[in-house]
Design a binder for this molecule. Structure first.
Ligand SMILES: [Zn+2]
Length: 181
């Protein structure tokens, strides 16, 4: 869902840090001053993405594919100690964690050539980790992750977003009628 005006922000995200993230990034809203983080952002490590947000506004966990399955302790910490009550999980177009198997040869060859690995170790490394980090499809993955996180942290407001690297804009992902709330 394109977010071009405040009315495009779903009502339950307006007036929350998730709505503010959309306003700062998409609308260039003037930055407010923050002493404490208000939001946890999970996003991919991909270098093509830069968020336009104020200092101190958000904790950011960057991991391939915005996959937080292996960052659970950090999520819990941001809530329990960091005091955040909202999470924005941001997938993006052209994500390298989609269809990893297509890049297996490049991955293995790259480790052999650039890092000095033995071919067999590189192949085993790929085979061991690729299934853990493969996300399949960026939209379906983010929607499923958001569902999982909502079950894990039922009082936290969690939103699925998409960053389009083609226009550097944030979009809200449309969810079914049962959006877990
Ligand atoms: Zn990515």
């Amino acid at each position: 869902m394109a977010i071009a005006s405040r009315e495009d922000i779903l009502p339950h995200y307006r007036e929350t840090p998730i709505g503010l993230l959309l306003e700062y990034h998409n609308f260039g809203r003037d930055f407010d001053t923050y002493a404490d983080a208000k939001l946890l952002i999970g996003m991919c490590m991909d270098n093509r993405k830069h968020l336009h947000i104020p200092d101190n506004f958000a904790f950011i966990i960057r991991a391939g594919g915005a996959n937080l399955r292996y960052s659970e302790f950090k999520v819990s910490y941001a809530i329990a100690v960091g005091g955040i009550r909202c999470i924005a999980l941001i997938g993006h177009t052209q994500c390298g964690m989609v269809n990893l198997v297509a890049r297996k040869d490049q991955f293995v060859q790259g480790l052999v050539n650039a890092a000095g690995w033995q071919r067999q170790s590189a192949e085993e490394h790929f085979s061991h980790f690729a299934p853990m980090f493969e996300i399949g499809n960026e939209v379906d993955f983010i929607l499923a992750e958001v569902k999982r996180l909502r079950l894990q942290y039922p009082r936290i407001l969690i939103a699925p977003l998409l960053y389009r690297v083609e226009d550097n804009r944030l979009y809200l992902m449309r969810e079914g009628t049962d959006d877990g709330r």
